[in-house]
Write a protein that binds this ligand. Structure first.
Ligand code: ZN
Length: 340
């Protein structure tokens, strides 16, 4: 029996900031990973799966364990590069779950040294990173994952390449993916150095409005009783989102970022006291993706305002004299700045 279609992305009630962050990552994966904090049962993993399912299927090299992109010779793995004519197949955008107890070998792949020495072949068993190439890597409770693994994942996500080295042998393969980490802040914190390396972060809450809660339950129930009928009803909404993403990806290259907007982004980061330049860079990229999603050709203040909290709230230093939440602090500065 085939698995039922995932819950439709467009049928998710509320959670606008999370949906926007995922759309941004789908349009421009270079924005960095997405960190989702929040209560259990707020549909964090549902949203990732829903988004991946509505993305257009990808063309991939048939039989390649990394699902290489046939038309991008520079990004091919070693085997595909030496293979001559490549046959391609259509595959869905992968969503790979990284379980908390996963060993490093399982994540990055395992090099079989004994076989390599005995038979002189590179015996490599690809890991989860190989499967996540061109898709999403989802980690539930990323704050409980060992720091060195989080570090490693962020490194690979940033470089787009996985390099496995064991005693003088090495294997490398493309691994470009959007890292989505979810966490419950009450169960442990991520080190600030790791936090800062995620592109966007957001907080999801169980809706507090009665009407919204009722609608969440109504849709969930309708979906679970008859997934096929439910997804059929949302088909045209889903197609709209898909077209919006495809159009935004094409538009992204021509969206311009005026100097004035960059100055605004830098000023915002300075006023908030974020370290380094990662804040500005993410803010600029996310705002550009939002402009592309909106069909605009220039990044303006409105786009910055919409992504400011997601791009910056996890980069604020803790101020001992001000225990206001980071979201409130970003919003306060945004309001002050853009009212001027
Ligand atoms: Zn390949």
């Amino acid at each position: 029996m085939s698995r039922p279609a995932p819950f439709p992305f467009s049928a998710i009630v509320g959670q606008d900031e999370m949906k926007l962050a995922l759309l941004i990552a789908a349009v421009d994966p270079t924005v960095g990973g997405v960190l989702v904090f929040g209560d259990r049962g707020t549909g964090k993993s549902t949203a990732v799966r829903a988004l991946a399912a509505l993305l257009p299927p990808m063309r991939a090299v048939a039989g390649c364990p990394y699902g290489c992109e046939p038309d991008k010779p520079a990004a091919l793995c070693e085997a595909c590069r030496g293979a001559g004519r490549l046959k391609s197949v259509q595959v869905p955008v992968p969503v790979v779950d990284l379980p908390l107890g996963a060993t490093e070998d399982r994540v990055v792949g395992a090099l079989d040294l004994e076989r390599a020495l005995a038979q002189g072949v590179k015996a490599f068993e690809p890991g989860l990173l190989a499967r996540a190439h061109r898709g999403f890597l989802y980690i539930d409770e990323v704050n409980l994952l060992e720091d060195h693994l989080v570090d490693l994942l962020l490194d690979v996500a940033a470089s787009g390449e996985n390099v496995v080295e064991r005693e003088g042998l090495s294997v490398r393969h493309p691994a470009r993916f959007v890292l989505v980490g979810s966490g419950n802040p009450e169960e442990g914190e991520l080190r600030p150095q790791l936090l800062d390396r995620f592109g966007l972060s957001l907080e999801v809450r169980t809706p507090t409005e009665l009407a919204l809660r009722v609608e969440v339950v109504r849709r969930r129930d309708a979906y679970e009783r008859d997934p096929e009928a439910f997804t059929a009803r949302w088909k045209s909404e889903e197609a709209k989102v898909r077209r919006r993403i495809i159009a935004a990806r094409e538009r992204l290259a021509v969206v311009t970022v005026p100097d004035r907007t960059l100055e605004r982004a830098a000023e915002l980061c300075m006023r908030l006291g974020t370290d380094g330049l990662r804040g500005e860079l993410t803010l600029m990229r996310a705002a550009r993706a939002v402009a592309a999603l909106d069909g605009d050709s220039t990044v303006a203040d409105v786009h910055l305002q919409r992504v400011a909290a997601s791009a910056l709230r996890h980069r604020l230093r803790r101020d001992p004299l001000d225990d206001t939440g980071s979201t409130t602090r970003v919003e306060r500065v945004v309001t002050e700045m853009f009212a001027e």
